[in-house]
Design a binder for this molecule. Sequence first.
Ligand code: SF4
Length: 491
Amino acid sequence: MGTELQAPVRTYRVRTYGCQMNVHDSERLSGLLEAAGYSAAAEGDDADVVVLNTCAVRENADNRLYGNLGHLRPVKDARPGMQIAVGGCLAQKDRGEIVRRAPWVDVVFGTHNVGSLPALLERARHNDEAQVEIAEALEVFPSTLPAKRDSAYAGWVSISVGCNNTCTFCIVPALRGKEKDRRPGDILAEVQALVDQGVLEVTLLGQNVNSYGSDFGDRGAFADLLRATGRIEGLERVRFTSPHPAMFTDDVIAAMAETPAVCHQLHMPLQSGSDDVLKRMRRAYRQERYLGIIDRVRAAMPDAAITTDIIVGFPGETEADFQQTLDVVRAARFSSAFTFQYSKRPGTPAAEMEGQLPKEVVQERYLRLTALQDEISWDENRRLVGRKVELLVAAGEGSKDAARGRLSGRGRDGRLVHFTHAQGVRAGDVVETVVTEAAPHHLIADGPLLSHRRTRAGDASEAGTRPTTPGVSLGMPRVGVPAPLPVVTGC
Ligand code: SF4
């Protein structure tokens, strides 16, 4: 029997830009490539395949992509057989333009055909020709694809893709399409599979989780899903993102308050505190409704931590509009806020609007807003000094505190806590301790631990293993086996 030479295993690296949806899609891309026989490149090593999973939300998204592709060109020139693939929202938007501007790119795939990556890589290699394949609508639910998870103790579980809203600053609906909801049974089965592998926390993911169920005509579906997920034995923490104030209903507040596993943490994008600006953003709620939801959440869960997203400098925003945003921030007492300076996104209605503000005006308002929010965040954190907290120990968060012999973890309210006395504590374990100090964006717990629970997630973290979700077999091609040529559209 001759010994056939085994082709060396090709390695890959996925670089992720943008939101949690992309972070989770990248777990699917890693899972797909590993199912097709690739292995992850070691830290610092060049990879045979580099996948850029792009974001299109910010103005400089394009510059960043073409800048990165420019850096990769000499690496590829020096490494025959290396392949570069570009996916995600910017690929869905720019399509063949990417290969025209960067002809050393081998594959361009979109947000609706993530599953095509392995086949396209093989075809590009077999035909020695760049492959651009963009689907106009979702081919398969990304959650049916294999996934290699980043974390041993926490997992993303998408409940829907796409969005039915039309916020005037947002390009997502154009690139990710109309909302498609997964069946509750599929979602619960995926959560169960993660819990069976030791995962303690899941985050239910959707562009707008509150409209979950609109696809199959069940307005109460999201609250029911929260309760059902929380009943899964062994699951300790349930989070979700992103809700939408226009569709946020009281049954969700009740489900959060009455389901012990659901964390009392809510990230609810405000975007602006001015009713006029909200109207031009086409956000179907106003200041009063937004603050009403905050009040009802706090009444049901006084310990809830509420965070938000705010855009400063939307076209036509006056100083009076901005003052209303500051008023809502003072009233809402967010534990933290992601604040963005408005940037034009070509292809969105807002980009064509009158009243685009000068950069220095936007910058100056941004600084006032972040100063106010930092003050509030710090004040809210100071209230927790002396409070007992339960932490899910995190990997890789708070590296600088490692120098002080501290580890870091997340409280049930999502706050980041750096704690000492961590001997024998692993990422994925659960500890209880007391907050001794507050900072604007984190808490410190320097006292002795009250308890330390070693978990299966901690064992997995220590062993370096990660949960996988096999996905349903889509007849994925193996490395070196060229797939049949489909009809390519739109190139
Ligand atoms: S809700 Fe608005 S901002 Fe969010 S993804 Fe949909 S269109 Fe974009």
